[in-house]
Design a protein around this ligand. Structure first.
Ligand code: ME8
Length: 535
């Protein structure tokens, strides 16, 4: 039985069109999901939208439409982008769907019945943007939101609260027993020192001051607070407390399924403190890991709709192809760290890695096989020389580290190791000097060995890179003459020579970009007027 793996992205607010920051998170999750599937895992990959809340209600009002019409419109933009970028999500949850409502209402009722939730009254400083209440100390003298810096308003309303105290010991034990629950690890100390140690206030889980949310069945006028609503998506999408809960049993209840939530740093508190508490209150297992990725910054700070400094994925995909954009996102910003988008880095990354390194290896190899062996990948016999042995060893180590990195969600490192192998293969060509071997009939065997090794390394690189290069990897296989039936992880990682296949020289897969012209092109995209900021 194959190992199970459940991966989720945050569900995004459909307050405006998705920008490159949203595309970053979803693409990286897609790369992990594809990498796992390639290695034979049974993967379930979820993304979706967080459609309720005051902010959406306000946006809809400003646009002169109903909240449902508003989110329906933006949902299409997200769906189109995921299609364009080749995202292979298995489901797309929207919190306005009846299946989700059903689960949330049942959970709320259960919390009430268990005494985990009680009616109180909320007084505090509220940030509309973050949909969060803060304490006097947190907002400071100027009453600014500690998360986004916007002014908070004083509010009081009757509200239901979730009792946190009861679940703190279990939470800390879970942190202790599962050191990789919060990755990168530094985030754990931040949660403990900044939020848990100072004492957790009970969490407000209902609202009465707006309507756009899931009604609390037991209390008219209350809607479920967006975070209890939103976090539940990870199990409502699997059918928890619904008639058909087979996916929930398969991907959540089975302790053999690894559950990973990938999120941005700004929502760590909700995922690593409240979500595990809710799950404990429901008697359910917790996710294995919450992986906190970094933010995509611009030169003036975090890329966000409200700052109006966004870059969109669509025009980049249109001009450079989806593979190049996916490759840039995976390799330029180390998964788990913040990174900065610049046109210079974008162009350099594509030219250095894809055009000069990978593209060059493929072109040279296919041309030499055509020239020296009439296009048929040769068989080799006899002893391997030291260079051949060295290259094989590099390839074996690459497979090993690729798998370890893939297990550990070290996406950037996994693909950097493949590119190092490609560089090693280019170096191997220089050192083996096949053009010199070709001049000496006594060296025909060595020449054959050299070409056969190069072909299997390119086959391997194409396969390992296929979760990123979703269209070009197929073209790499076409040029090598690898038939469809052989295009799989098991065959490629065997590293046995793919002798006898007939190569087919094709178009240059990664043409070199004109640095100056393309940098200017992207600068123009960045300067183009932006969609009206709504979030
Ligand atoms: O927080 N760089 O939704 P959201 C990298 N609905 N990633 C970015 C980014 C950037 N500049 N901007 C956004 C919410 N993201 C809630 C989540 S989950 C139960 C509810 C990514 O639309 C990042 O992953 O503000 C971040 O966590 C997510 O989008 C937040 O999207």
């Amino acid at each position: 039985m194959s190992k199970k793996f459940y991966i989720t992205t945050p569900i995004y607010y459909p307050s405006a069109s998705p920008h490159l920051g949203h595309a970053y998170c979803t693409t990286l999750c897609d790369i992990v999901a594809r990498g796992k599937r390639m290695r034979g895992f049974d993967v379930y990959f979820l993304t979706g939208l967080d459609e309720h809340g005051e902010k959406i209600e306000d946006n809809a009002k400003a646009a002169g439409v109903t909240p449902q019409e508003f989110v329906d419109g933006v949902a299409v933009k997200f769906l189109n982008l995921w299609k364009l970028m080749g995202i292979t999500n298995d489901d797309f949850i929207r919190t306005t769907q009846p299946r989700h409502w059903q689960t949330v209402q049942k959970i709320f009722s259960r919390f009430l019945k268990q005494g985990d939730v009680y009616l109180g009254s909320y007084k505090g400083w509220y940030c509309v943007h973050e949909e969060s209440y803060w304490t006097e100390t947190q907002v400071g003298e100027n009453h600014l939101c500690p998360e986004c810096g916007r002014p908070c308003e004083r509010k009081e309303e009757p509200a239901y609260f979730f009792r946190c105290d009861k679940y703190v010991p279990d939470l800390l034990k879970y942190y202790g027993d599962n050191p990789s629950f919060i990755t990168p690890e530094g985030r754990k100390a931040e949660m403990i020192n900044n939020f848990i140690k100072p004492g957790l206030n009970d969490l407000c889980v209902s609202r009465t001051t707006f309507d756009w949310g899931i009604p609390v069945k037991e209390a008219e006028g209350h809607v479920v607070y967006v975070w209890l609503d939103a976090l539940t998506n990870y199990i409502s999408a699997l059918g928890y407390l619904q008639d058909d809960d087979s996916k929930f049993r398969k991907y959540w209840l089975d302790p053999g399924c690894e559950i990973v939530h990938v999120i941005g740093a700004d929502i760590t508190r909700f995922h690593t403190i409240y979500w595990p508490m809710f799950l404990e209150a429901l008697g359910l297992r917790k996710p294995n890991r919450v992986f906190v990725h970094g933010l995509m910054m611009m030169k003036d700070g975090k890329m966000s709709k409200s700052r109006g400094n966004t870059v969109y994925a669509e025009p980049l995909c249109e001009r450079y192809g989806v593979d190049a954009v996916r490759y840039y996102l995976a390799s330029e910003i180390t998964f788990g760290q913040d990174g900065r988008f610049t046109p210079e880095d974008f162009v350099a990354r594509i030219n250095t890695d894809l055009a000069n390194n990978l593209g060059n290896l493929l072109n040279r190899t296919v041309s030499m096989i055509v020239k020296y062996f009439d296009g048929v990948i040769p068989t080799y016999e006899g002893e391997l020389n030291d260079l051949d042995k060295g290259l094989r060893e590099t390839a074996e180590k690459t497979i090993e580290s690729y798998e370890a990195f893939n297990d550990d969600l070290k996406v950037t490192e996994a693909y950097a190791s493949v590119m190092e192998m490609v560089s090693a293969a280019n170096k191997y060509i220089e050192q083996s000097a096949p053009w010199a071997l070709a001049k000496n009939p006594a060296k025909k065997g060595e020449l054959a060995s050299c070409m056969a090794h190069l072909a299997s390394i390119i086959f391997l690189a194409g396969e390992l890179l296929s979760p990123i290069l979703i269209t070009k990897s197929g073209k790499i296989f076409d040029q090598l003459g690898v038939p469809e039936a052989m295009r799989d992880y098991e065959t490629a990682t065997k590293l046995t020579a793919i002798s006898g296949l007939k190569v087919a020289k094709g178009e240059q897969l990664f043409p070199r970009l004109d640095d100056k012209a393309e940098i200017e092109y992207i600068q123009r995209l960045m300067a183009a007027p932006k969609e009206k900021a709504t979030a």
